[in-house]
Design a protein. Structure first.
Length: 273
């Protein structure tokens, strides 16, 4: 897995334009898990400085500014920051990489948010570096909220021509088949990109059971992402010196502390320094 590859994917003009169109500054929460996590963090973090990591075009900006006027946005893709600045010309925004945030001081923020599974764009080893930087930047007490894809969820193992997602029971439906074929006919270039990217990435899938590296269907299977499990993400967060407050599934339900597995598509973790 190459983090530079993922940065190039998200820095492409086409992907940046897609974020502007489909994840603009007023689109709200990505899922119920994200909403529940930010509500849980707000009790401690309200009014403290906020760092919005992987901001894209600014979907989370209005949500986080409800918590605090002291807001800073970063993204490692310059095209994303350009899109953000067009939406929010008066707000602080910087091109910065979550693995090395030397431009910011120790204890500078009360809340750090890394949404939309952004941490999954780096390698398994680099995830620890990201969390170490976040811990350094957080005040005490400080809150961290981030989302991450589930190795046992439906986004893992997707294929370009599927009619149902992995882990979901297949039931043939003429309507579903017609819809799937219609979408492909409307974007034949996207189909070609998807098949090409998926085929190229197939031989590079690294599945360790408790975590995996594999292509993601979004953006025509171009991103090569990290997928975690409940046990793996618990080890990651506690190993970085955080205390887990709650883990939410994408439907907003709480993943119990003794759960060994989950079928959620992703998790949103709320952790305290």
């Amino acid at each position: 897995m190459s983090t530079d590859h993922n940065r190039d994917v998200f820095d492409s003009v086409r992907v940046a334009a897609a974020y502007v169109e489909y994840a603009g500054p007023t689109d709200g929460f990505l899922d119920r898990g994200e909403a529940a996590a930010l509500v849980a963090a707000a009790a401690v973090a309200r009014g403290t400085p906020v760092l919005d990591v992987g901001v894209g075009s600014g979907r989370t900006t209005a949500l986080l500014r409800l918590m605090s006027d002291r807001y800073v946005a970063i993204d490692y893709a310059p095209n994303m920051i350009d899109a953000f600045r067009r939406n929010f010309p008066d707000l602080q925004a910087h091109v910065a990489d979550a693995r090395s945030l030397t431009a910011f001081a120790d204890g500078e923020f009360g809340l750090i948010v890394f949404s939309n599974n952004g941490i999954d764009t780096v390698t398994h080893e680099e995830r620890g570096r990201v969390l170490a930087e976040f811990r350094r930047l957080l005040a005490d007490p400080g809150m961290l909220v981030f989302s991450t894809l589930n190795r046992n969820g439906p986004s893992f193992g997707e294929k370009p021509f599927q009619l149902s997602r992995p882990t979901q029971r297949f039931r043939f439906s003429p309507k579903r088949a017609v819809t799937a074929i219609g979408r492909r006919l409307l974007d034949p270039a996207g189909v070609v990109r998807s098949v090409r990217n998926w085929w190229s990435a197939k031989s590079r899938v690294d599945d360790r059971g408790s975590w995996a590296i594999a292509p993601l269907a979004a953006h025509d299977f171009a991103p090569f992402m990290h997928f975690t499990t409940v046990s793996d993400v618990r080890s990651l967060v506690t190993g970085a010196g955080f205390t887990i407050v709650e883990i939410f599934a994408d439907d907003g339900s709480i993943v119990s502390a003794d759960a060994e597995t989950s079928s959620a598509d992703n998790f949103t973790i709320v952790a305290r320094k």
